[in-house]
Design a protein around this ligand. Sequence first.
Ligand code: MN
Length: 396
Amino acid sequence: MPKRLSAPPLSPLIISDTTLRDGAQMPGVHFSVADKVDIAKALAEAGVDVIEAGFPAGSANEIEAVRRIAAEVPGPVIMVLCRAMAADIDAAWEALGEAVPERRGVGIFLATSPLHRRHKLGKTKRQCLDMITAAVAHARTRFARVTLSCEDGSRTEPAFLRQAYTAAMDAGATGIGFPDTVGVLTPEIVRRRVTMLTQLAHPRRVKVRVHFHNDLGLATANTLAAVAAGADIVHLTVGGIGERAGNAALEETVMALTLHQQQYRRTISVDTTKLTALCRLVAERSGIALPANKAVAGANIFATAAGVHQDGLLKHPDTYLPFRPELVGADGIRLPLSPLSGKAALALRFAALGVTLSPEELAQASRIVKNADKTDWRDEDALLRRAAAMARETPS
Ligand code: MN
């Protein structure tokens, strides 16, 4: 009897949130130490595995925020960002030296693309490799968890990427990070690059972390492509805030992986019912409002104004929704009125106003509402009461 092939087992994907580091770099965002601690607590309660809490070399406030997060927020591993310099790693130690050893780590970055090597760093390939070796070796004298990221990795020659990551692993790196710093990759290229990196890292038991920017609107798609290619850790931000067009959004990636667990075969520790509250907290503290049409967490995700959709939703919520509001902790379905709304939603609104109409009156009121002027919509309740009164006076 031939054995039936079973699907590969589910394996865990590590969710690493960088809202407090890359998200904090978004123009206009100024998190206070208290904001950072509150957001870190919400991230921990939502179940993220790792929090990238800041850039300690940046300021005394950064060090203070990281220290407080490490002391006050139980659960996640706390990582910080460092340039490939001893002084930055020393600042990281100042921030995390008192944290539990298993719960702390550093991510070191060095730019490796030809553009950055020539115009930003003024370094040769050899000099870059030496800097990587020195920084990783120095970090490993203090931290058990050290990830080396090749900044602008997506525009670095693949052969040099391999050399740079090999130098890092030889010096003791426990993770390698692949950032698409300017957000130019497509899912097809991501799949090829990440496959190359997992083949390089996994035989040495080194983890592969990916970090995507949304300049082409592909950050979440690229993250999923990396997961499919075997990435171990994904860098995400709440609401997708971050440099320029932002980062891959935590809520989008988590929901895609939740709805398609059988396809990606990865388990994640994030509690999806916390996502809406988390997005609202970060929007409030960052001052970056969630667009109404923002995937997963926008105000319109469970709202529809069109008659056909409203009628469907009233008959069965799944007709026009990819998932129920409860799954992400949202308030519920909303049926706002519009000139495209149908009688089903209109009847509900009249009921809420305490207005009862016969079917003929409702049909007449619906015609009046649909043909109202744009200015009449400024006060919906007044429009509805007027339409009801007119419908009763003029039977159809
Ligand atoms: Mn970034």
